[in-house]
Design a protein around this ligand. Structure first.
Ligand SMILES: Nc1ncnc2c1ncn2[C@@H]1O[C@H](COP(=O)(O)OP(=O)(O)OP(=O)(O)O)[C@@H](O)[C@H]1O
Length: 87
C-alpha cells in the first residue's frame, strides 16, 4: 500500500531519471522484503502455531529485514523531500 502511494510521489519529486529509479528501487526492495517476510510467517505458521524458539528467530529476522528496507526507503525519500521542499 505504502509502495503504491509513494511511487507517484517519487515521480513528482525526482530531479532526474536516475533519481526516480533509485526511489523506485528502494520501494521495490521494500515490497520484496515484505513479500518474503510474509512467506516466512506463513511457512512458520504452517509448521506449528506452538511456541518454538527457531520459529521466533526466523520471524524476528524477517521483521528485521523489513526494518532495514524501510530504513533505506526513509533515507532515500527523506533526502528527496528535503531537496524538494527545503534546499
Ligand atoms: N511460533 C512461535 N514461536 C516463538 N515465537 C513466535 C512464534 N510466533 C511468533 N513469535 C514471536 O512473535 C513475534 C510476532 O510474530 P507474528 O507472527 O505476529 O509476526 P509479526 O512480526 O507481528 O507479523 P507482521 O509482519 O504481520 O506484523 C515474532 O517476531 C516472534 O518473535
Amino acid at each position: 500500500m505504502l509502495v503504491v502511494l509513494l511511487l507517484p510521489v517519487a515521480f513528482l519529486i525526482a530531479v532526474s531519471s536516475n533519481h526516480f529509479i533509485l526511489m523506485a528501487a528502494s520501494l521495490a526492495l521494500l515490497l520484496l522484503t515484505e513479500l518474503l517476510n510474509s512467506a516466512i510467517e506463513a511457512v512458520a505458521d504452517a509448521v506449528t502455531l506452538e511456541d518454538n524458539p527457531l520459529i521466533g528467530r526466523a520471524k524476528d529476522m524477517g521483521s528485521a529485514a523489513v526494518f532495514v528496507a524501510l530504513s533505506f526507503v526513509t533515507l532515500v525519500f527523506g533526502e528527496a523531500l528535503y531537496r524538494y521542499f527545503v534546499a
